[in-house]
Design a protein around this ligand. Structure first.
Ligand SMILES: Cc1ncc(C[n+]2csc(CCOP(=O)(O)OP(=O)(O)O)c2C)c(N)n1
Length: 271
């Protein structure tokens, strides 16, 4: 089972790198850092219906770090939401896939995002609506560490704790880097888990590239009845891409060169 997920993750990484190369786009490192989280969610955890993407009982995933949309698009394509050939139109004139994930640009994209700090507020609203409507869908929000510098994220966290939204799960792709530097130097989040706990959330920390840990943790949701859950996933920005950009600020902006793509894809093919 894990071998299968690892192969899917390798395919998703390849698709991210190819999208990045074709469009010469930025935001490759953060797309690569959340691959295992997104694959585990879409292939094992979320209740989704690729051929009926708007089914009312589906779980909702709010991809808040929408600049990393390549990861969302590649996973949705791999899961059968749309034809993978559509990925070739990423950031192309006439293509369907904008650089920042946009609601309904293709089936499966739940929300328009990109202005960081807005995903958790939207997810809280959706989870609250589910509670009011007595629906049992769950809402997952994928956040970046950089956007946890935003006040709106913490306002939403406060509200979710107050309303005991245990149908809500935030997953932070804690790759320790943001647009202009390392998170600890720009605006340190530590002690990170303690902050969530003090906002009445239940928190768990995992290795965000380890499928065993991801699946074990996400199968325990909600971590505590009557509390929203947060998973702080320790990840590496740029993992699986060009070696010189791994865990570097450059992974935010630099697309791979043709030589780098060849090397990376050769390695990914071995998985
Ligand atoms: C409110 C807001 N400010 C600035 C930006 C520009 N921006 C795009 S990506 C990014 C930083 C990326 O770092 P992080 O948020 O940690 O994401 P990841 O490393 O997971 O890609 C910034 C500042 C934005 N999208 N939204």
């Amino acid at each position: 089972m894990q071998t299968n997920l690892k192969k899917i993750a390798a395919r998703v990484r390849r698709d991210i790198l190819l999208m990045s190369f074709r469009a010469q786009s930025a935001h490759t490192g953060g797309a690569l850092s959340c691959v295992e989280l997104m694959v585990a969610l879409y292939f094992k955890i979320l209740r989704v219906f690729p051929h009926k993407p708007d089914a009312p009982k589906r779980d909702r995933l709010v991809f808040s770090k929408a600049h990393d949309a390549k990861a969302l698009y590649a996973v949705l394509a791999a899961r059968g939401f749309f034809d993978p050939k559509i990925l070739e139109g990423y950031e192309m004139n006439g293509g369907l896939l904008p650089g920042h994930a946009t609601r309904h640009c293709v089936p499966g994209v739940e929300v328009t995002a990109g202005s960081l700090g807005h995903g958790l507020p939207m997810a809280v609203g959706m989870a609250y609506a589910g509670r009011v409507d007595r629906k049992n869908y769950r809402v997952f929000a994928i956040l970046s560490d950089g956007e946890c510098d935003e006040g709106s994220t913490w306002e939403a966290a406060l509200l979710a704790g107050q309303h005991k939204l245990d149908n809500l799960v935030a997953i932070v792709d804690y790759n320790k880097l943001q647009g202009c530097g390392y998170t600890k130097d720009v605006l340190d989040l530590e002690p990170f888990a303690k902050k969530w706990l003090s906002f009445n959330w239940e928190a768990k920390e995992i290795d965000g590239h380890n499928f065993t840990q991801i699946l074990k943790t996400l199968s325990q949701l909600p971590f505590k009845s009557g509390k929203p859950s947060v998973v702080i996933a320790h990840t590496i920005k740029g993992l699986g891409g060009a070696a010189k950009h791994v865990n570097q600020v450059s992974s935010q902006y630099k697309p791979p060169t043709s030589d780098e793509i060849e090397i990376a894809i050769r390695e990914l093919t071995k998985i």
